[in-house]
Design a protein around this ligand. Structure first.
Ligand SMILES: [Ca+2]
Length: 186
């Protein structure tokens, strides 16, 4: 995982420009800057910042969890001026083992919050053979089938209009971007 970029997309006279909203979205500084780690459940949890996960000189971050039930999360929440946002990131998703009753999932999630910090909905990019999540008006699912390093982007205004019809864009005042390694079941 490297280079998460969340920018407000402002269209002005057919010219697009934006300002990066995430702090340390390229992981070039210590992860205590901008990011919060949350460990949950049992098993092994790990978050590692290292330049060696992808063959370029820049840093990546590895978010790991093993054994169920549990999860490891690295999250950053930012105030957003409007839901006219573009999230871009590069990610490599990995899973190992699992069954229909005990399954891992590698996720990049976007959470939408109102002014009281209540979660209004979630967009979830996930790689998992056995995950049983189903989409709803407050859960937009994007299943990853090619887990190797790829570029991803999410047009949040379009996402809310198309996949999260249960979320009122006018109520979204904060967005959380999370890397989640997850194991359930057992
Ligand atoms: Ca690298």
């Amino acid at each position: 995982m490297r280079k998460l970029v969340l920018i407000p997309v402002l269209l002005l006279a057919a010219a697009a420009f934006g300002q990066e909203l995430l702090v340390n979205g390229d992981f070039e500084q210590d992860l205590t800057i901008g990011w919060t780690r949350l460990d949950s459940g049992s098993g092994t949890h790990d978050v590692v910042r290292d330049p060696g996960y992808q063959p370029d000189p820049d840093n990546e971050v590895f978010v790991y969890q093993y054994d169920n039930p549990g999860s490891t999360t690295l999250i950053q929440t930012v105030d957003v001026p409007c839901p006219l946002l573009q999230l871009s990131f590069q990610a490599c998703f990995v899973e190992s083992g699992g069954s229909s009753t005990c399954w891992p999932a590698a996720c990049v999630s976007v959470f939408y919050y109102d002014a009281t910090d209540a979660v209004l909905g979630e967009s979830k990019f996930y790689y998992s053979t056995y995950a049983t999540w189903t989409p709803s008006p407050t859960l937009g699912l994007h299943q990853i089938t090619t887990p190797d390093w790829n570029d991803y982007s999410l047009n949040i205004q379009e996402e809310l209009a198309t996949n999260l019809t249960g979320v009122d864009p006018a109520q979204v005042t904060k967005v959380g971007v999370a890397l989640v390694s997850y194991t359930t079941g057992g």
